[in-house]
Write a protein that binds this ligand. Structure first.
Ligand code: AP5
Ligand code: MG
Length: 219
């Protein structure tokens, strides 16, 4: 299954993509995680991305297309993938379409996690991320067993610099201006499924399964 998880910052894309990865064995491909790793390692992509990322702006399409082509052609992505955070502009969606066509593949479904604004703000202000592997926590809805430490690998938890309130406001504005049109793009292709992303994480996952099970049977 070739899937796209779509939604505003804080909608739960990363949380659910990880669950799908574990449950269905298809890799989560988070462009945000790839950029955070590239910045930490100081690679050319990381250096190109940093100022945009820290402001809460989108990294230029050329950079992202290079990143995504490299990732989608890796061996572990050949049986399916969950794209988390890509595409985020209509040109990215069109370029993805062209790339997949070249590879003889296609998108099976786009899941849109719909979450109201006030819930997004609460989620982002309480989010903690593990340094080693990006495992996602929330101080209220999903706290770690030991404060400040990842349950899975024991590494330190940190708050993303782009989760400060001013940068969050900018990310949400950028979504409305540049990313929201991508929804119409996939709606017109008949690929869009709306998920009520404001419910608890378990209930959200059940809605995802309800979309994915029929797709699996069809394949
Ligand atoms: P990215 O890392 O993709 O950030 P984002 O899209 O803003 O989304 P988030 O990761 O903030 O939210 P999420 O939906 O994954 O929510 P999560 O599961 O963590 O991108 C960061 C930056 O990189 C961009 O600003 C841009 O600069 C650059 N970038 C990335 N991709 C790009 C692209 N394609 N083009 C250009 N630039 C790009 O959940 C949030 C919190 O809520 C957590 O604390 C979690 O525990 C909690 N939570 C989740 N689900 C629930 C639930 N159901 N109930 C209660 N709490 C929940
Ligand atoms: Mg994420």
């Amino acid at each position: 299954m070739n899937l796209i998880f779509f939604g505003r910052p804080g909608a739960g894309k990363g949380t659910q993509a990880r669950r799908v990865q574990e449950h269905y064995g298809i890799p989560q491909i988070s462009t945000g995680d790839i950029l955070r790793e590239a910045m930490a390692a100081g690679t050319p992509v990381g250096r190109q991305a940093r100022t945009y990322y820290e402001r809460g702006d989108l990294v230029p399409d050329e950079v992202m297309l290079h990143v995504i082509e490299e990732r989608l052609t890796a061996p572990d992505a050949q049986e399916g993938f969950v794209l988390d955070g890509f595409p985020r502009t209509v040109p990215q969606a069109e370029a993805l379409e062209a790339l997949l066509r070249r590879l003889g593949r296609r998108i099976d479904a786009v899941l849109y996690f719909d979450v109201p604004h006030d819930v997004l703000i609460r989620r982002l202000s309480g989010r903690w991320i593990c340094r080693a592997a990006g495992h996602i926590y929330h101080e209220v809805s999903n706290p770690p067993r030991v404060r400040g430490r990842c349950d899975v690998d024991g590494s330190e938890l940190y708050q993303r610099p782009d989760d400060q309130s001013e940068t969050v406001a900018r990310r949400l504005r950028v979504y409305d201006e540049q990313t929201a049109p991508v929804l119409e793009y996939y709606r017109s292709l008949g690929l869009l499924h709306r998920i009520d992303g404001a419910l608890g994480a378990g209930e959200v996952f059940r809605q995802i399964q309800a979309v994915l099970e029929p797709l699996r049977e069809k394949r």
